[in-house]
Design a protein around this ligand. Structure first.
Ligand code: AMP
Length: 227
């Protein structure tokens, strides 16, 4: 695959699927940098709207705080808008956290058309205990959005960002109840996408319980073999 991609013969329309806490955000930027693809996280787009206090941000906020999915029509419009503005001329894109429902997946397919199919769909699979440990221990810099973990990746000074020294905080939806709700929403709405993309022969499954480095290596190896 890599040769054809490098020559511009094929495009990579990568989507990342996985439960919250699977490390999609971390892997998304590593992959996008390696293949030079525009990428976006739908969760980041919503957080940006919330921070700016837009109408969309205010609407999304109540769902986000409860760990529920934002309604499909709102999410689809937002991501399609991003694609329109960012995809032009590039040999693909990478989406982190979208699609998250079958309806979102079919809308994406329609928007891209038959000549430009979705794929590969990278599914990062992680055990539930590990997800709970990762999410409830995550702390984020409110200014630069860098993530730390209280045990496995602590900041040099407790509760302070290594880069800008601003205080770290727990994301509102990383408390135990919201995490349980997000995992439940994932099981109900997003897990069916694994079978959906497997059926289309574009699924790559990765063991996300490993270290960031190992997961990244496994993804790159699988992408290089993808055809
Ligand atoms: P994330 O950062 O990916 O965990 O997303 C944070 C929150 O944003 C989710 O819990 C949802 O409320 C919302 N969200 C992000 N992506 C989607 C999506 N594709 N569909 C619906 N809601 C989403």
């Amino acid at each position: 695959m890599k040769d054809l991609f490098d020559k511009g013969v094929i495009s990579l329309n990568i989507i990342l699927i996985g439960p919250p806490g699977a490390g999609k955000g971390t892997q998304a930027s590593l992959i996008a940098n390696k293949y030079n693809l525009p990428f976006v996280s739908s969760g980041d787009l919503f957080r940006e709207h919330r921070k700016l206090g837009t109408k969309l941000g205010l609407l999304a906020e109540k769902y986000m705080n409860q760990g529920e999915l934002v309604p499909d029509h709102v999410t689809i419009d937002m991501v399609m808008n991003w694609l329109d503005q960012n995809k032009g001329g590039s040999s693909g894109f990478l989406l982190d956290g979208f699609p998250r429902t079958v309806q979102q997946a079919t809308s994406l397919e329609k928007a891209l058309g038959n000549a430009n199919p979705v794929g590969p769909a990278v599914y990062i699979n992680v055990d539930k205990d590990e997800l709970l440990r990762r999410l409830t221990g995550r702390r984020v810099c409110m200014r630069c959005q860098i993530s730390f973990h209280i045990h496995s990746n602590p900041p040099l000074i407790q509760d302070q960002c290594d880069k800008c020294s601003k205080p770290l905080a727990q994301r509102e939806d990383d408390n135990f109840d919201a995490v349980e709700a997000r995992l439940d929403a994932y099981r109900r709405n997003t897990e069916p996408l694994v079978a959906y993309y497997d059926h289309q022969n574009v699924l790559i499954e990765i063991d996300g319980n490993e270290t960031i480095r190992q997961v990244s290596k496994d993804i790159v190896e699988s992408l290089d073999c993808f055809n």
